[in-house]
Design a protein around this ligand. Sequence first.
Ligand SMILES: Cc1ncc(COP(=O)(O)O)c(C=O)c1O
Length: 432
Amino acid sequence: MNNLLPISSQTATNGQLTIGGISVETLATTYGTPLYVLDHATIAHQVTLYQQGLAEVSPNYLISYACKANLTTGLAHQLNDLGVGFDVVSSGELKTVLKAGVSSNNIVFHGNNKLKPELAFAIENNIRIVVDNQSELEKIHEICTSLQKKASILLRLKPGVDTNTHAYIKTGQADSKFGIDDIYLDQIAEYIRAHSTLNFLGIHAHIGSQITELLPYLELVDVMSHYLKKFQFNYQLPVKELDLGGGFGVAYTKSDAIPNITDYLQKMVSKLILKCKETQVELPKIIVEPGRSLIAQSGVTLYRVGTIKEIPNIKTFVFVDGGMADNMRPALYQSKYTFEVGNRMTTPKTKTYSIAGKYCETGDILAENVPLPEISQEDIIVVAVTGAYNYAMASTYNRVGRPAMVMIKDGKIIELLKRETDEDLLRLDTGD
Ligand SMILES: Cc1ncc(COP(=O)(O)O)c(C=O)c1O
């Protein structure tokens, strides 16, 4: 079995891929395609890896799922039941997790340009806010004054740690749009001390996404330890919560090497504990914000094959009924994926295909040169590791509705999202 598929996947004797005992043919026939499928067992497994990694070194922690990776109300509900918190970046995400019953104490609100109504909604609901810049701090103070409330805040710092990941998903380097530059910290600390509307909880940094090495995280601990000391002793603002961000990478293909999550957390936190002892700073509550690494591998996308088009001596295209609008990562980041034919799992991969979508763009190619069994129309193409940043980044390009999403849990199907229909798309149009 390909280990990049969800952990409850198996191959039945008729060559059908099953997830939690349910065949992909049944899922595709019942819910249509393209279809996002999430495996609860895989998500629970990933959450456990994080919990084990943190619990052994520091019992005071919060795993805050970066729900930009994938979010529906039902998914938030399931994750809440697994004991994770949520990192949100908009009022839409915030309202979704509140609707799912998540406690405000387990929510962290991010963003480099939060709108005033979003800030007001967060303050009214006692949500922790991670402040990105001084002007946001001033807006928060004004809103608190008019609402007669206090806001609990963390400061997003720019740690200056560069990472070996795609330029579009780096965030910690000096020229990043995110975070507060060191030169502004003195005045920001003074502003916080001078305004009783601001309840200082701590500091945050996030160095990027799809990071596959430990070294940048260890560098991050060095930088943040320096700031723990500076906030406590220079600014008299002791850090109660230290948010180390997310970004831990996942394997999309068999050649991707990923360090072990539990091991990485233990190394990172052990180093932090040591640094805190050295500098006589009390170890704060540790927050981590994994998105991709909690959810990516739990997800597969199912497509039906519509047409097979051979260009003699060049390539053979397989056209599927989705593409760049439900998975924009290959077009955006040149991301690679792993493909299977869900109804031919036991057939040898003797052919090579290019998998293209149905959208009117030459760049709507999910992958080139994929070894697969000989394909026929109506076969089911399965794309592994599509649980993160696929539905979340989906668009209605070409006025095609977004796919449905289901979760498999204990051998049962939970519907998370209905397919968006043509009528849904017409509903918001105004004018004749
Ligand atoms: C502030 C913040 N935290 C956490 C994450 C989650 O990153 P990932 O999904 O790579 O774990 C992101 C995503 O870029 C982010 O911007």
